[in-house]
Write a protein that binds this ligand. Sequence first.
Ligand code: ADP
Ligand code: MG
Length: 452
Amino acid sequence: MEITEIWQAALGEMEVILSKPNYSTWFKNTNLLSVENSKAIIGVPNAFTASWLKKKYHQSILDALNKRQPGIKQVEYQIASRPLPETTKSANPSALPSHPVPKNKESNGPQFNLRPDYIFDNFVTGPNNRLAFASAQAVAQNPGRAHNPFFIYGGVGLGKTHLLHAIGNYILRHKPKANILYLSCEDFCNEYINSIQRRATAGFKKKYRNIDVFLVDDIQFLSRKEGTQEEFFHTYNALYQKNRQIIMTSDKLPRAIPHLEDRLSSRFGAGLVADIQPPNSETRQAILRAKAQGKGWNVPNEAIEFIALNLKTNVRELEGALNRLVAQALITGQEITEEFSRRTLEGIIASSEHKNFSPDTIIKSVAKFFSSNEKDLLGKSRERKLVRPRQIIMYLLREELKLPFPKIGEILGGKDHSTIMHGHKLICSLIKKDGDLNNNITLIKESLYGAE
Ligand code: ADP
Ligand code: MG
């Protein structure tokens, strides 16, 4: 097998095991440089990625490589920028980080988990995220005192993880001795389960109860994990009582997280809760300009405007489009015009906008969001927990697919068109008054439009 094939296959495997953001953050710009005797050398874009892969994914990488090429016993990580054509050397799109960043402590400290390129200085603010940003700064300047806990929620790719790391980086710079721990809630769950299997829960408890600043990403992952919720509850209380700062992010408001104990959701919502909404057109342009500038790219306004006009819901997607555009321009040697942007980004835009989802996709998304059963949603039960999601389906089928009311009735298991009209009208009016409902619908729409 060719070396590139081996790596492609290994990447395929990693893509399956990891969440999409994790996969793209850590494996996007990697390649297999050589396999000699029993040693594989993997090229990575920067030292941070090297340490991270080594620390978190070493075994999985080794396993994946061994499946294709048995006998590999050792894996080393080497910093190597992605090979690009000659002319592009000056502006390598994979170069990271693009800003001066605080230097992390030596590898093993918990601070090591912070991404040095996610800082306040390169976070662009607008009406969509101003409250979250200002509160994050207040928390960072006054950990344990300003707002505790601090809870940030919003859709995918809107900067929650960025802000979380920025708080950690800021505190680290001003209080280098602070014990700061960033981790995804998924990691917390896995680590807890491992500690039970290894009968090492005492060590686990000790580690978590000594943290000064606890940054937990994607807390919605606690949903349905009863045992871990119990442990998290105790960790939370232990830290909170000692006035340690707790910061969480989520895709939903605390009480909208399904299957989360009340004692947790009430605590999560007891400090400051701040949302991040999708950016408006001006903010999208400002983000793109900042990203381009940060990387030293000279991207004409018409291209920035084109991207901002066509991609609306997800900042990660904006960044992806910008990177693609610049890489393509470097490779082909063409000038970045609006026309060039249109051609290059056609695919990304189409997949971001695809309005071609079916009624079934809407039903599935709503069922998934509320953790309810699709059949029950289409059935006749008047249970409260089914009625509202069912009305949301009516609303989305009407608003997003413009289906006639009788047709919607048919799709929903033979309901009268007046029932559908009533449901649709009710949601239309509730949306204006009920912030939670409004947010939930925004999130469902994001999932429909494949924000990620
Ligand atoms: P989330 O955790 O909400 O899904 P991330 O924090 O991972 O989103 O953000 C996705 C990408 O978009 C990151 O590369 C982040 O740096 C960037 N990003 C999001 N919002 C902003 C912003 N306001 N300014 C600059 N970059 C942003
Ligand atoms: Mg995130």
